[in-house]
Design a binder for this molecule. Structure first.
Ligand SMILES: *[C@@H]1O[C@H](CO)[C@@H](O)[C@H](O)[C@H]1NC(C)=O
Ligand SMILES: *[C@@H]1O[C@H](CO)[C@@H](O)[C@H](O)[C@H]1NC(C)=O
Ligand SMILES: *[C@@H]1O[C@H](CO)[C@@H](O)[C@H](O)[C@H]1NC(C)=O
Ligand SMILES: *[C@@H]1O[C@H](CO)[C@@H](O)[C@H](O)[C@H]1NC(C)=O
Length: 727
């Protein structure tokens, strides 16, 4: 039970909310294998079509909502139960679900005889690029007897070809073989179309190229079969073992649904757990098309730099479980400890659910000399490296490894510094559709000039401060100055334009957008100072200071009760989340007076709805990422209001999608706009990157004073409780 005690220790801190079936929360969707924009399979949970959080009975889905059938059955003393998906057996009885930052753990008790623990581990290893580059995920299954007797146990799992193609009528091919440590299936679309996604009504999302692998430990207990779903599953249900049949008729995904099955013929199981390991993943030889300094190039995924071929990569990953698990568990522990200290158990429910979602939208590409971290915007559209999506994502990147932020900014600088973008302001994204980062040589990208200039200046300084990389600032000084110059012209009185919240429409004189631009100028002042450009530093800093003074006159409804900043200048009845204020705190610019922070943090509780504070007065919806940016600027009382409202929303929203950052603060539902599984949820780490500094004269209250009782009991006592449950 070594594995279990490691998991138990990882979960212990997250376990204070025990009594309920779900810990630390019941999320709208549960990550199963979430590792890259294309390897992204979830269990949908929310009442709006989800399973309620039960692994058995409903098929896992890709983030687009398309089924990626993945089944699990167990035969105990001759009786068959299903524990994942819906292969057509009675459901096994699920007794708990726990999530950490990298793991989703389901526990079942079967007929009071046998305990089954199914753990999905999608490793997140931001400091270890070799491991992070692999687009594979684990499922481990532990079976043990709990009634003191031994039981005859057989374990089954399969995947369908839906994993390998977005369209059900696409023809797929497959093979099976062994590597040193695995028996595996490889399933691929017959017509490989590099860099293309299948066009489905529900939005693009699955890759038209590459291969899906499903692997397990080989050995004398393993039996296999490939064939029509009903035949293969029927074979296990009837006999508990697979006869090795291998269907050679390559065909469409939905033509007599071929499935690829493993069964571990375990036999007698006592109190000593039997452990089976499975690896699922995607390999592609080409990852991204990029228009950079060398012109248009096609870049391989970074793992191709470390491994001769996909089989070597698969074999390494499968056999590396102990390391992957230990690195991931360290991250789980760090996120848990830091989150609880910064905002209590409710905050941990939010941060730990965001980790796989945030990293799952990214992919490491290139080679060891020139590595890039590319990102897909995911559902709101498929844009590559959207600057105002990298921005809300960047807190989790800074928290886990600031160097990765450079790998995200690099392609943006490289494209624009090579003359591939004609506008004075910063580009909005590197391509209209991932995995194409082919830029916008005609300058006709979605225009968010103030937003993106501010974002680039802020993130570049944030990276340089945390990585202590002054050279990076020198290297990009020229274009940073160009963007700062644009902001000097256009940030104090922003023209009619979109902000990042483009779904709300265009508006002139947006108060929060102006603040972003002015902080961008302040950031340029600091960049100039750090690079020894004293005259520039003085000029940018004094402009930023003077703009902030004017902005306070223009953007604050001073006579309102209580006073607050407006959505747009002069519109005194309007308000909104002033989330860009966090950047002043993040960069330690001290540009905005503390009284503005205090005014806002006193104001938010007066406009609180059931599930949080509306983004602005145009709608009742809000954004979870911006709420956490805002919370991070406030002292504990207001901060914890934001945190507990967002955590309550996570536990009760009817949506059954991977965290929808956009949701309604009154109904808890999400507006028709498809905003799901987006990397922006990495913004929930804002509080861990730069917490509020205490307002003058006020002492910070002890952290963790929130609904769930914060740190209830010591780590050791929680660990004991947890171990009791697992044994
Ligand atoms: C990427 O660009 C290629 C042309 O090079 C095109 O065929 C493909 O459809 C594009 N991919 C997406 C997802 O739009
Ligand atoms: C395996 O079982 C299937 C389904 O019952 C059957 O069609 C097939 O002939 C069997 N194959 C072998 C090799 O026994
Ligand atoms: C924007 O604000 C400036 C400064 O107050 C003002 O002169 C201008 O009329 C405003 N524009 C709009 C459309 O409100
Ligand atoms: C809005 O409030 C400010 C400061 O309280 C005030 O100067 C201004 O006249 C008000 N604007 C309108 C349109 O009422």
């Amino acid at each position: 039970m070594k594995l279990l005690s490691v998991v138990a220790a990882a979960c212990a801190v997250g376990y204070a909310a025990a009594a309920s079936l779900f810990s630390p929360a019941r999320p709208p969707a549960i990550p199963l294998a979430v590792k890259s924009p294309y390897l992204s399979t979830w269990l949908s949970v929310g009442s709006d079509g989800g399973s309620g959080g039960y692994l058995a009975g409903q098929w896992p889905v890709h983030w687009t909502g398309k089924t990626t059938a993945w089944s699990g059955m167990i035969r105990v003393d001759g009786t068959v139960y299903q524990w994942m998906g819906n292969p057509g057996a009675p459901n096994a009885d699920q007794v708990s679900f726990i999530y950490t930052s990298t793991q989703s753990i389901f526990t079942f008790i079967i007929e009071k005889k046998v305990q089954l623990i199914v753990t999905f581990l999608s490793p997140v290893t931001p400091l270890d690029l070799k491991r992070q580059s692999l687009e594979f995920s684990y499922m481990t299954v532990d079976v043990s007897s709990i009634d003191g007797k031994t039981h005859d146990v057989k374990l089954y799992t399969d995947i369908s070809a839906e994993w390998a193609a977005g369209e059900q009528d696409a023809i797929v091919e497959w093979s099976q073989d062994d590597t040193r440590h695995t028996a595996y299936y490889k399933v691929s679309r017959r017509d490989q179309i590099a860099f293309s996604e299948s066009d489905e009504p529900d939005g693009n999302g699955m890759a038209d190229w590459g291969s899906i692998f499903y692997a397990s430990d080989h050995g004398r207990l393993l039996t296999q079969a490939v064939g029509q779903d009903s035949v293969v599953r029927g074979m296990f249900k009837d006999r508990g073992i697979l006869n090795g049949t291998f269907d050679t008729q390559f065909r469409a995904v939905n033509d007599r649904w071929p499935v690829f099955a493993f069964s571990h013929n375990i036999g007698n199981v006592g109190s000593q757990a039997f452990n089976a390991r499975f690896t699922i993943g995607l390999t592609q030889r080409q990852a991204v098309q990029f228009l950079g300094a060398q012109g248009l190039v096609s870049l391989p995924p970074l793992w191709t730099n470390y491994f001769a071929d996909e089989l070597e990569a698969l074999d390494f990953f499968h056999n590396d479980f102990t390391n992957m698990q230990s690195i991931s568990t360290d991250l789980d522990r760090k996120v848990a400890a830091d989150s609880i200290a910064a905002g209590g158990m409710n905050y941990l429910a939010i941060t730990s659910l965001s980790v796989r979602q945030a990293f799952g939208a990214t992919e490491l590409v290139g080679n060891k000399d020139k590595t890039y971290l590319f990102m897909k915007e995911i559902s709101s559209n498929g844009n590559t490296q959207t600057v105002d999506v990298v921005f809300p994502l960047h807190p989790i990147i800074l928290y886990t490894n600031p160097d990765l932020l450079r790998l995200m900014l690099d392609p943006l600088f490289e494209n624009q510094e090579s003359g591939h973008y004609p506008n004075r302001w910063s580009i909005h994204d590197l391509g209209s559709h991932f995995p194409n980062a082919t830029g916008h040589s005609d300058g006709s990208d979605e225009s968010m000039p103030v937003e993106e200039c501010g974002n680039m200046l802020i993130m570049t300084l944030a990276y340089a401060q945390r990585a202590n990389d002054i050279n990076y600032l020198k290297q990009h000084y020229k274009i940073l100055q160009q963007w700062a110059g644009f902001l000097i012209d256009d940030s104090l009185i922003p023209a009619n334009q979109l902000s990042t919240d483009d779904f709300a429409g265009r508006l002139q004189n947006q108060t929060n957008l102006a603040l972003k631009g002015i902080i961008g100028i302040g950031a340029m002042g600091e960049i100039a100072k750090l690079t020894g450009n004293a005259d520039d530093a003085a000029r940018y800093s004094s402009t930023a200071k003077s703009y902030i003074a004017q902005w306070q006159q223009l953007g604050i409804a001073r006579d309102a009760n209580p006073p607050h900043t407006t959505l747009n200048y002069g519109n005194n009845d309007s308000h909104g989340l002033l989330y860009n204020l966090w950047c002043d705190q993040e960069l330690k610019l001290g540009l905005v007076p503390q009284e503005v922070y205090k005014m806002q943090c006193d104001f938010y509780p007066t406009v609180r709805n059931k599930y949080g504070v509306a983004l602005d007065t145009r709608h009742t919806w809000t954004k979870g990422d911006w709420e956490m940016f805002t919370a991070a600027t406030c002292p504990p009382s207001t901060r914890d209001m934001f945190i507990s409202d967002l955590a309550a929303w996570i536990s009760t929203t009817p949506t059954n999608r991977p965290l929808t950052d956009l949701y309604d603060t009154i109904t808890g539902d999400f507006p028709g706009v498809l905003f799901t599984a987006r990397p922006v949820m990495g913004g929930t780490f804002a509080l861990l990157v730069a917490p509020a500094t205490p307002f003058q004269g006020k002492k910070r209250a002890a952290p963790g004073a929130v609904d769930l009782g914060g740190t209830e009991g010591t780590g050791a006592s929680l660990r004991r409780k947890r171990n009791r449950r697992l044994q």
